[in-house]
Design a protein around this ligand. Structure first.
Ligand code: 4AD
Ligand code: MG
Length: 435
């Protein structure tokens, strides 16, 4: 069907027009209804939602028939007049003068009964299910977390870098590496860009990076993905105290941006979070053990804080907080230890409150060549693939520190999601590599 439909406004723009203005909008049909002789369709175009109202005697026969025939999720074009209407969601509607189906949709498969029939239905059909209001709200909040990061780092003199994701080094231990064949050699998907950042600080001083990280996590929990996006930052001439202040500022910038730009999305998600004022609470690893023990979860000094304990501790806080001073035995090889105690690292995890758990890990790095050499040897890491990393310590490596914060974990906390997969467009988990 040929039509002279012209898209003149997005829905967001149309909603800002004065009553009586003519507009052409394009979008997808979210739902349809009718009251008396008037037919309604709710339209969505990614910028907003608007109700279209069609009266038989006001439009051509063709247009009225197209309106009637248009199925849910069909892409349609509507020409008409914007009118104030208190009953319409958003206070305005478009009164239809012409209507065309731009791309028809088959019967929409995401039905209540289909969703009920299988626990994985929505994620098996993520390519369609992501059109929902809640999913798009999460995606917008996730985007704003990233925008806040770029704004913050650029304003504060950090340079953006990129690094390879096909690597030979295990940054965070060998047990979660995805192995791949690289022209007859073994290579891995990167767990973290930290080691490359450490090389870059000698050229750029302060750097940040935003790219995917991969973990062959065997754990089937609500906070683990196998592929996720990580924001990492590294600064030369900065100790762990400075590193924690940087994380506080960044997380506040993220929370502020979400409050400023995503208030509607938070309402749709039914989410309220407490704004994290400065400074964030801090507890030591030893205090964390005591708190967990009081709630009935004990763990040995030297172990990583178990997920269950972390959750219990996190539930006692309303804003993100640090757990400081992790034992070296629970940390990766590069962590610097306290001068007074070589079993305790200058590192911290940033824990989101309300049970969400760890969102960032950071720390000061070993910058001394001999100490790093000993670490690499004692942990039986392949000296050959770490030779370049060691080399950095031979050519003017000062005190330095950094951290990595997970984009989906942060989004999950800000959105109040039960499971981290909801914070990803197409989540990858131990049991999912499609769609
Ligand atoms: O705590 P991690 O393993 O620390 C590092 O990789 C450091 N090298 C970062 C650095 O200092 N530059 O990972 C950092 C963050 C975690 O706190 C978490 O938010 C996220 O990355 N993360 C995951 N997110 C989703 N699924 C997983 N399996 C994750 N593993 C880590
Ligand atoms: Mg960690």
């Amino acid at each position: 069907m040929k039509s002279d439909f012209e898209r003149t406004h997005t829905i967001k723009e149309a909603l800002a027009l004065p009553s009586g203005t003519k507009a052409g909008i394009a979008g997808w049909i979210v739902s349809k209804s009718s009251i008396g002789g008037i037919k309604f369709a709710m339209l969505r175009d990614g910028t907003g939602y608007i109700q279209a109202a069609s009266k038989k005697d006001r439009v051509s026969e063709n247009a009225f028939r197209a309106f009637e025939q248009a199925t849910r999720e069909s892409a349609v074009g509507v020409s008409g007049t914007i009118r104030d209407d208190k009953r319409a969601p958003g206070g305005k509607e478009i009164s239809v003068s012409d209507f065309v189906i731009l791309a028809p949709a088959e019967p929409w498969p995401i039905t209540k009964s289909a969703v009920k029939s299988s626990g994985s239905f929505l994620y098996d059909n993520r390519h369609l299910a992501l059109r929902g209001r809640k999913v798009s709200s999460v995606l917008k909040i996730r985007a704003n977390v990233i925008y806040a990061t770029f704004d913050y780092f650029v304003e504060n003199g950090f340079t953006l870098i990129s690094a390879p994701t096909i690597v030979q080094n295990a940054v965070e231990g060998g047990s979660t590496l995805f192995e791949l064949q690289y022209f007859g050699k073994k290579a891995y998907l990167s767990q973290s860009a930290q080691l490359y950042e450490e090389a870059a600080i000698a050229a750029l001083g302060k750097v940040f990076i935003f790219q995917p990280a991969f973990r062959a996590e065997k754990s089937k929990t609500s906070k683990h993905l196998t592929e996720f996006w990580m924001i990492e930052a590294e600064q030369a001439f900065a100790n762990q105290e400075k590193n924690m202040k940087l994380q506080e500022e960044l997380v506040r910038a993220m929370a502020q941006r979400v409050l400023d730009h995503c208030s509607e999305e938070l309402v749709i998600l039914g989410r309220k979070f407490k704004f994290p004022e400065n400074p964030f609470p801090r507890i030591s690893y030893d205090e964390a053990r005591t708190i967990a023990s009081r709630s009935g979860v004990d763990f040995e000094w030297g172990e990583d804080v178990p997920t269950e304990a972390e959750k219990l501790i996190s539930k006692q806080f309303e804003v993100p907080f640090f757990i400081t001073g992790y034992p070296l035995s629970a940390r990766s090889f590069y962590h610097m230890t306290e001068e007074s105690n070589d079993k305790v690292t200058k590192s911290a995890d940033l824990i989101a409150p309300e049970g969400y758990g760890e969102i960032a890990t950071g720390g000061q790095r070993v910058h001394d060549y001999e100490v790093m050499m000993k670490r690499i040897r004692s942990q039986e890491l392949p000296t050959e693939s770490f030779s370049w990393y060691l080399d950095l310590r031979r050519y003017g490596m000062p005190e330095h520190s950094g951290f990595g914060i997970g984009v989906e974990r942060t989004t999950r906390w800000l959105c109040g999601l039960k499971h981290i997969r909801g914070a990803s467009l197409f989540p990858r988990t131990i049991s999912r590599v499609t769609p």
